[in-house]
Design a protein around this ligand. Structure first.
Ligand code: AOF
Ligand code: ZN
Length: 349
């Protein structure tokens, strides 16, 4: 397919905005003139700013793109939002052809942008590198279709799935290179979520613009490094009185003696926190697994072999191997001596 290379470039451009456009999708755009020469590129840089198509078109003189082709990873919008509709500008600039990666899942756009272009006599080619385009905007798709935040889990274990010895010794399982990659993964998410147990055991900094602590009994107040971050949200048992402090304390109902995760994720969505990276121990990882959309699993080429070592997912007792939760491996990458597996659940617990 001749537009695949251009779509790859759109995805590359879109990724430049990783961590900056939430709750909007990441979008990149390239434009060719009537002779097939690349004449402009653009992307949606920041929430509230120009969409990718507008960014690319406004770099050109009004007639430059006439008769040309515009390639974009998402259906051009048809609505008046923070900016006028991209579809209108494309029509005004007299493009002959528009190539898209996926339909917009936002119900106010979905299909309308394509229809507007077709009604104006523009040729539309849809679905180029569709699965890559959908992966790129997996957070946006989850948000728009389910009205919930996208939940990812990051864990780092030995080959035998251990994250610490029986007495909690865990520093460091993976290499510097793997830990650098963790920092880059964090920037893609609106918030990092951890448990009071991890804060108390490891006193991590987890430097981020928004940190969430699940702290039923309010054990972690101040002093811990995580509280030095820009924004800290603490979910705690609604029966307790919150301490004074600069964190945002949120009263939370319990379910089976634990903080109710469903309530927490709904609350986070209300607070416009569209994606969450969970970085914690096996117990919270196990509880979150039911809600998880994706797992980043670093594996160090080591075996702990201790039968009371702590595992990365700890939440049940089973006798039948057929009851395993199943996943689909998405990618395998190497960071120094370690590998990073990313995988997606393919069934419910
Ligand atoms: C595009 N190109 O680059 C983006 C699109 O709040 P607004 O006005 O920025 O509108 C956000 C909606 O516009 C968003 O939910 C999605 O449907 C679409 N985003 N569309 O054609 C872009 N970022
Ligand atoms: Zn738009």
């Amino acid at each position: 397919m001749i537009y695949e290379k251009s779509m790859k470039r759109c995805i590359e451009l879109a990724k430049k905005s990783e961590g900056c456009v939430s709750p909007n999708p990441m979008v990149g755009c390239v434009i060719y003139d009537r002779n097939g020469n690349l004449i402009s590129e653009g992307y949606h840089k920041r929430y509230g700013e120009n969409h990718a198509e507008r960014d690319a078109l406004l770099k050109l003189e009004p007639d430059d793109a006439a008769g040309g082709t515009l390639v974009v990873n998402l259906e051009p919008c048809s609505h008046y939002g923070k900016t006028p509709p991209c579809a209108d500008l494309i029509i005004e600039r007299k493009l002959a052809r528009v190539v898209t990666g996926m339909r917009d899942v936002n119900p106010i756009v979905s299909g309308n942008g394509i229809e507007k272009l077709k009604n104006a006599g523009i040729e539309v080619i849809e679905g180029v590198l569709e699965s890559e385009c959908k992966k790129l905007n997996e957070v946006f798709i989850k948000n728009m279709t389910e009205h919930k935040p996208f939940i990812a889990i990051k864990t780092a274990s030995t080959l035998d799935g251990k994250i610490a010895t029986h007495n909690g010794s865990s520093k460091w399982i993976t290499s510097d290179k793997a830990r650098e990659e963790v920092k880059s993964i964090r920037t893609r998410y609106d918030a990092i979520l951890t448990s009071s147990a991890t804060v108390v055991a490891d006193n991590p900094s987890m430097i981020h613009r928004c940190n969430i602590i699940l702290d039923r009994e309010l054990k972690t107040i101040s002093g811990y490094k995580i509280y030095n971050n820009k924004r800290v949200i603490v979910f705690y048992d609604e029966a307790l009185t919150p301490p004074a402090g600069r964190a945002e304390f949120i009263k939370t109902p319990l379910k089976d003696g634990r903080l109710n995760l469903e309530f927490i994720f709904n609350k986070l969505y209300e607070m416009k926190i569209m994606s969450v990276l969970v970085e914690s121990g096996g117990v919270l990882n196990g509880s979150v697994l039911e809600y998880a959309d994706k797992v980043y699993h670093f594996l160090a080429p080591k075996i702990l072999g201790d039968n009371s070592g702590r595992s990365c997912f700890l939440y049940r007792h089973l006798d039948d191997i057929n009851l395993c939760k199943n996943f689909e491996i998405n990618s395998v990458d190497k960071f120094g001596p370690d590998i990073l597996l990313t995988y997606y659940p393919i069934d419910k617990i």
